[in-house]
Design a protein around this ligand. Structure first.
Ligand code: GTP
Ligand code: MG
Length: 181
């Protein structure tokens, strides 16, 4: 078997958008309804097989609370990939995501792969059969996310850490953009 490619990945985004929950879903296929805020940052690893390749993600899950903002550069400085997360029911979190993308483009590695992720898709889903959306809950449209991603050259997904919707796809999408070691 071919050796795993190690990829340093950082998650950034406003507090409570679901960064740790996305990682928990990806690493342990689990979800916690009342997850505690991250203090400083958490480090986790997870392997991901994409076709013939194995990628070993070395994940820095940063704290979104404002008092930890000064720590972020330590974690994104050496990152090959970043996931910038917002909550599709919270417009302020989308504004914050824009700022993170700008900061990454100014301060992170030139060839960093960035995925923009609008999380908590389950909250806008209609109760019956997942057809259509509940009125008024969504505050950031799919188009707003797509447009930012297109302007800035980012991958884009809407996800739910709660239902697992699209969570693995984010990591597969990033893996596909990482060149062979
Ligand atoms: P910080 O560590 O403070 O930056 O927050 P975070 O971005 O890591 O958020 P966290 O994963 O701790 O989730 C915050 C809250 O949102 C928790 O109560 C989670 O259960 C909830 N949550 C996370 N993802 C989802 C989701 O996809 N859907 C729903 N309904 N709730 C979610
Ligand atoms: Mg967290």
């Amino acid at each position: 078997p071919t050796p795993a490619t190690s990829v340093k990945l950082v998650l950034l985004g406003e507090a409570a958008v679901g960064k740790s929950s996305l990682v928990l879903r990806f690493v342990s296929n689990d979800f916690q309804e009342n997850k505690e805020p991250t203090i400083g940052a958490a480090f986790l690893t997870q392997k991901c097989t994409i076709g013939e390749r194995t990628i070993k993600y070395e994940i820095w899950d940063t704290a979104g609370q404002e008092r930890f903002a000064s720590l972020a550069p330590m974690y994104y400085r050496n990152a090959q990939a970043a996931i910038v997360v917002y909550d599709i029911t919270k417009p302020a979190s989308f504004i914050k995501a824009r700022h993170w993308v700008k900061e990454l483009h100014e301060q992170a590695a030139k060839d960093i792969t960035i995925a923009l992720v609008g999380n908590k898709y389950d909250l806008v889903q209609d109760d019956d059969e997942g057809q259509g959306e509940r009125e008024g809950v969504r505050k950031v449209s799919v188009e707003e996310g797509q447009n930012l991603a297109a302007e800035e050259g980012l991958l884009f997904y809407e996800t739910s850490a709660k239902t697992s919707y699209n969570v693995n796809d984010v990591f597969i999408g990033i893996g596909n953009k990482i060149p062979e070691a």
